[in-house]
Design a protein around this ligand. Structure first.
Ligand code: DX5
Ligand code: ZN
Length: 218
């Protein structure tokens, strides 16, 4: 069986304590740290940009997984790569030139991720498979933490896993991951589970043990 990685989303962390939050979730067993960048245009919420990513970078020992929910995306790829992102994920829906965007991400020295909104099919992915290291299936509409998992995405995950075949491309799930939905997405073929509210619930930097309990429960 495939080994499953948990990538806590700092969207659910204390924004005034990102450094300490990143150290705490890694100490509690997080595999990757998932960083949600929102622009108030592509999605109806605003978080932060490359300067904040650069500031938290020294507090992450492992993989910094940056999810860009911004449009346009191309003008900012260099800045997020320079901020130390290991993986930069852009949305298929963010512009007309996703192929160029993925080329630019790899050209900047990062691994390339491709995110799909719940309403987006996988037809275009076939033409992009050799350009991506990760496909992120949004299991909620992007913009906010704590939303309900959209079950229709399970079939999309199964189809993507078949399409990927023996290539080494991660399938990451983002949104609504809980102890109930995690086994479903894992069985469908996902190997990286982003979880925000389900990881940070009940804990804090002063009392981070619940983070570890929550991660192990997923
Ligand atoms: C949603 C973000 C997610 C979000 C997940 O737009 O991309 O990473 O933080 O949050 P939960 O796990 O609470 O659904
Ligand atoms: Zn995300």
């Amino acid at each position: 069986t495939r080994s499953i990685k948990i990538a806590p989303s700092i969207l659910s962390a204390d924004f005034a304590a990102f450094g300490a939050e990143c150290r705490a979730i890694e100490a509690q067993g997080a595999d990757w740290v998932h960083v949600d960048v929102m622009d108030g245009h592509f999605v109806p919420n605003i978080t932060f940009g490359p300067a904040t990513c650069a500031a938290i970078r020294p507090h992450i020992k492992g993989v910094m997984d940056v999810h860009l929910m911004i449009a346009p995306v191309d003008p900012y790829i260099e800045a997020f790569a320079a901020a130390g992102a290991d993986i930069i994920t852009a949305h298929l829906e963010a512009g007309p030139h996703i192929h160029r965007t993925l080329q630019a991400i790899r050209g900047a020295g990062a691994k390339a991720g491709l995110a799909l909104n719940p309403g987006t099919g996988i037809d275009s992915v076939a033409h992009l498979l050799d350009m991506v290291d990760l496909i992120c299936v949004m299991t909620v509409n992007p913009g906010f933490g704590g939303q309900k998992f959209i079950h229709s995405q399970l079939e999309k995950i199964r189809q993507l896993r078949a399409l990927i075949g023996d290539r080494s491309v991660h399938i990451e799930i983002d949104g609504g991951v809980t102890t109930e939905t995690a086994p479903l997405v894992a069985a469908a073929g996902a190997d990286v589970l982003v979880a925000g509210s389900a990881v940070f619930r009940g804990g804090s930097v002063a009392d981070p043990a619940p983070y570890g309990e929550n991660i192990r429960a997923i």
